[in-house]
Design a protein around this ligand. Structure first.
Ligand SMILES: O=C(O)CCC(=O)C(=O)O
Ligand SMILES: [Mn+2]
Length: 225
């Protein structure tokens, strides 16, 4: 069981009721609409194409049941998030090729430095590939050992319907659309907020020739020195 006490205290300190009643997002949730302009999106996409070439996307499986995710995934950076029957974890190699993940592109390191407000670099970038039917159930990012660092999330391609809840699964949720170039920061109390992707809106972006959506989540995994 991870120690969530710091985040819970932060949530309470922010004056937000713990359950069912908040109408503000948890403290530390930030959305930066259109943070990446079209040229920056295209440059980042070229970087991600190189990542995908070196580390082919695969379909992870749910722990225990082995049910496949609808989202395909790969990673770059020293560590990558994986899921299979054995559980969720970070590891330094691709589960199918056995090769180390490709390095994190400099543009993502720079982006983290600009928006994360955390003095140490990210170690993992999970690359999620959504086709028109893919979704991601409500969950928290809690497999890391450093919750003082935020999760920085970049949207590319088709718009999605993103759902943000609170610190408890039963908390009220709100939905927002994330478009290509938008950045979301889950920091502070929101670092452990529930969230998910309910749907993709096909045909809403021209960035990806075949349509679909790419999401990049930058994370610090190990405790900062
Ligand atoms: O695709 C998104 O916007 C969210 C992805 C996410 O929550 C995750 O990979 O943990
Ligand atoms: Mn997540």
């Amino acid at each position: 069981m991870k120690d969530l006490s710091g985040a819970r205290t932060g949530f309470a300190r922010a004056g937000t009721p713990m359950k069912h009643h908040f109408d503000q997002p948890p403290e530390g949730f930030r959305i930066l609409p259109g943070r990446l302009d079209r040229p920056a999106q295209e440059a980042l996409l070229a970087d991600i194409r190189a990542v995908v070439e070196a580390a082919p996307p695969y379909r992870p499986q749910m722990p225990r049941t082995g049910k496949p995710f609808s989202v395909r995934m790969t990673n770059c950076g020293a560590l990558g998030w994986v899921s299979d029957r054995a559980g969720y974890r970070y590891q330094s190699v691709h589960p199918e090729t056995g090769r180390p993940w490709p390095p994190m592109p400099q543009a993502l390191m720079d982006l983290w430095r600009a928006v994360a407000d955390f003095p140490h670099p990210p170690e993992a970038c999970l690359v999620n590939l959504y086709d028109a039917d893919a979704k991601l159930g409500l969950h928290r990012d809690e497999d890391e050992d450093e919750f003082a660092a935020p999760v920085v999330s970049v949207s590319l391609g088709d718009t999605c319907l993103f759902r943000l809840g609170g610190l408890a699964r039963a908390d009220r949720t709100r939905s927002l659309r994330l478009s290509s170039g938008d950045i979301v920061v889950l920091g502070g109390a929101a670092r452990l907020a529930y969230h998910g992707v309910d749907r993709i809106y096909p045909g809403t972006s021209t960035l990806l020739p075949g349509g679909g959506r790419i999401n990049l989540t930058l994370r610090r995994v190990t405790p900062a020195p």
